[in-house]
Design a protein around this ligand. Structure first.
Ligand code: UDP
Length: 499
């Protein structure tokens, strides 16, 4: 690139929260920006960089202007165990999770120094970096806010915040209407996100303070980039922009936007962990009939399921084998499973248990996968949509119960397993084997399953089109790059006329 072009090129800096559910979409976003001619720099810490640097290096070798910049993360200074640089390592207790969120403050000084040195044209920072809007504004850099969920959940949260309907019900299980939204959405107090729950906020005022700072930084940022597409959340992008008054660009689904090959997909989220595994996994899937395998995965953060719950899941899956429904079940490395279960199901290749990190997108895309049991993390929800598979929704915490509503009530591409308990601690309410079997059967076989599958496939086609030239996400991406270019030019002109 000649020096003139280099000067013309926009430079965007990306600051993802230290959790796979955030680093995965932001890495994809940085790569997408680079494909639109932008110079992209991702800031992360030493133990997180290897999780995605393989992809970045390959893109750079292809000639894209993209790189990772590593800054130290002094975990011990924040009161975290040495080497605790990722939310998945901090999930041992609620207090540790809060400490981890608060520790993002430690990145403020090094990031501000880098911004001062680089003077980029934009900073895309995740929601826990509430200080980023101010850091960017001091240098006249627009900060874009990202929070790894869709506009449906963001609109519902704003509605809860504005109207406080959850404060007017008698019990946690009494349904109430969320007013003023594009659909009639009813929820219960027992299933709304933690920030609206007294039991999560009241003991420690600093938790509320942190939450308020993060919410405020959405409003004070220049705008919001959303990993979604207009057609997925009918009416909500418009509601988010016009009713809530946010400047926003819908540029997803980011899992599709770089048209990744098998190697990229296999490495998604953990370059090292999944790489050896994906071939055996695909071979196993190749041996199965189309739509005959259910994929079960509860995201990247270890879930405190107790032995009783794991026993119920295992029993349901074993019963379903006799009905020609096979499975891939992703469990954490150290998770307990009933005695003899793994041996029994591995024998004859009946089912597959993956311990640790699974190549999720690659698995979901395989024709043998007929359904997905998901915790409704936003990335997983989108990946299910992009694979065109119906889902069994099993939300656990965060905004996952809201995402469930989109899947089951609005898009009608999934059924709930009947999860009722919002908790980040070990759960008390067990979902029984009959409920699990029945929900999986509903999405895998029969007329209802076919109807959901056909709706899911249509959405998949729309998701692909959204990312093609002329598609809604492509269009928003172009608008965003143009706006950032105009802002940069205006800044430069203002600078010239002042000097
Ligand atoms: N993921 C994966 N393999 C795993 C577990 C998770 O590839 O074994 C990926 C998954 O594809 C998704 C992300 O990790 O992109 C999880 O994000 P999500 O928002 O679904 O849930 P979270 O982990 O943030 O709760």
């Amino acid at each position: 690139m000649d020096p003139n072009q280099q000067q013309q090129q926009l430079h965007v800096v990306f600051l993802p929260f230290l959790a796979q559910g955030h680093m995965i979409p932001i890495t994809d976003m940085a790569r997408l920006f680079a494909r639109h001619g932008v110079k992209s720099t991702i800031i992360t810490t030493p133990l997180n960089a290897p999780l995605f640097s393989g992809k970045i290096d390959r893109d750079a070798q292809l000639g894209l202007q993209i790189r990772t910049h590593v800054v130290e993360f002094p975990a011990a200074e924040a009161g975290l165990p040495e080497g605790c640089e990722n939310l998945s390592r901090a999930n041992e207790s609620f207090e540790m999770v809060v400490t981890f969120y608060k520790s993002m403050e430690l990145l403020r000084r090094p990031v501000e120094e880098l911004l001062q040195q680089w003077r980029p044209d934009c900073l895309v920072a995740d929601f826990p970096f509430h200080w980023a809007s101010e850091s960017a504004r001091k240098l006249d850099i627009p900060r874009l806010y990202f929070n790894a969920t869709g506009s449906f959940a963001m609109c519902l949260c704003e509605c809860l915040n504005r109207h406080q309907p959850h404060k007017r019900v008698e019990s946690d299980s009494e349904p109430f209407l969320l007013p003023g939204l594009p659909h009639e959405i009813r929820v219960t107090r027992g299933r709304i996100p933690g920030e609206f729950r007294p039991e999560v906020n009241d003991d420690d005022p600093s938790v509320k303070e942190l939450r308020d700072l993060m919410l405020e930084s959405e409003v004070t940022s220049y705008g919001v980039v959303v990993n979604s597409f207009y057609e997925l959340e009918p009416g909500y992008p418009e509601h988010y922009k016009h009713e809530m008054g946010r400047k926003a660009w819908f540029i997803g689904p980011l899992s599709l936007s770089n048209k990744d090959d098998m190697k990229h997909k296999a490495e998604r989220g953990d370059s090292a962990a999944a790489i050896d595994r994906h071939e055996s996994c695909l071979r196993w899937l190749d041996s199965k009939e189309p739509n005959s395998v259910i994929y079960i995965c509860f995201g990247s953060i270890p879930i405190p399921f107790n032995a009783d719950q794991l026993r119920e899941i295992a029993a349901a899956l074993e019963t379903l084998l006799s009905r020609q429904i096979s499975f891939i079940w992703v469990v954490k490395k150290e998770e307990w499973l009933p005695e003899g279960f793994e041996e029994r199901i591995t024998e004859g290749g009946k089912g597959l248990v993956i311990r640790g990190w699974a190549p999720q997108v690659l698995i979901l895309d395989h024709g043998a996968i007929g359904g997905f049991v998901t915790h409704c993390g936003w990335n997983s929800t989108l990946e299910g949509v992009c694979a065109g598979v119906p889902m069994v929704t099993w939300p656990l915490q965060a905004e996952q119960f809201l995402n469930e509503k989109l899947v089951t009530d609005v898009l009608k591409i999934g059924v709930g397993v009947g999860a009722e308990e919002w908790s980040i601690q070990e759960r008390k309410i067990i979902v029984g084997r009959e409920e699990i079997q029945s929900a999986i059967t509903r999405v895998m076989v029969g007329e209802e399953a076919e109807e959901m599958r056909s709706r899911a496939r249509k959405l998949k086609e729309i998701a692909v089109m959204a990312n093609e030239e002329g598609g809604s996400s492509y269009f928003d991406m172009e608008l965003l790059v143009q706006e950032l270019t105009d802002l940069r030019d205006k800044r430069n002109n203002d600078g010239c006329s002042k000097s």
